[in-house]
Design a binder for this molecule. Structure first.
Ligand SMILES: Nc1ncnc2c1ncn2[C@@H]1O[C@H](COP(=O)(O)OP(=O)(O)OP(=O)(O)O)[C@@H](O)[C@H]1O
Ligand SMILES: [Mg+2]
Length: 157
């Protein structure tokens, strides 16, 4: 998956899970370990980044194991950096498997409206994304362009 917060990556990934895919999600594991909707506030930014990186490394290995077992898998991350996308593509190709890069896109108003509505929900996949964090992600996001991506445009609902 690839896309900004609120773009619908988890929703899309859950559709694949219903078709038998294994899903790898950092948010899910952070929630299991901390049970917090605002893990960044509880841990502080450095400890939070450290935990996310630790989980990402564990799940990178899980992805390898899934590939060795020839299981379908969806990696439910934002994949905001091209370097991360290139890294996973190389990993997947190195195991003789095939990747699909699904970029979910929606306009800013739609994303903000969805995140606002989601903030009323409790759970692993409803991590709070406030305006400050959203803006940070927006600035950082390196939109895939000519990387073999499949763009799924979301309607403004
Ligand atoms: N196609 C859709 N149409 C309408 N609403 C949607 C659609 N996809 C997702 N949503 C809603 O938008 C909100 C955000 O979706 P979701 O949590 O899947 O995004 P995400 O990309 O996983 O976000 P994050 O990066 O924060 O994990 C959810 O409340 C979800 O129910
Ligand atoms: Mg999500």
């Amino acid at each position: 998956m690839c896309g900004l917060p609120g773009a619908g990556k988890t929703t899309y990934a859950m559709g694949l899970v219903r078709r038998g895919f294994a899903r790898l999600s950092i948010d899910e594991v952070v929630w299991q370990r901390l049970g917090q909707r605002d893990p960044g506030l509880v841990l502080g930014p450095e400890a939070f980044d450290h935990l996310k990186e630790e989980v990402r490394r564990e799940q990178r290995q899980e992805l390898v194991e899934l590939m060795l077992a020839r299981c379908d898998a969806v990696v439910d991350y934002s994949f905001w950096s091209r370097a991360a996308r290139d890294d996973y593509k190389a990993l997947i190709e190195g195991h003789g498997c095939r990747w699909e890069l699904v970029h979910l896109k929606a306009d800013r108003t739609t994303l903000e409206r969805r995140l606002e509505a989601r903030s009323a929900v409790e759970g692993a996949n409803a991590v709070t994304v406030d305006a400050t964090l959203f803006n940070r992600y927006l600035v950082q996001f390196e939109e895939p362009d000519g990387e073999g991506e499949q763009v799924v445009m979301q309607s403004s609902t």
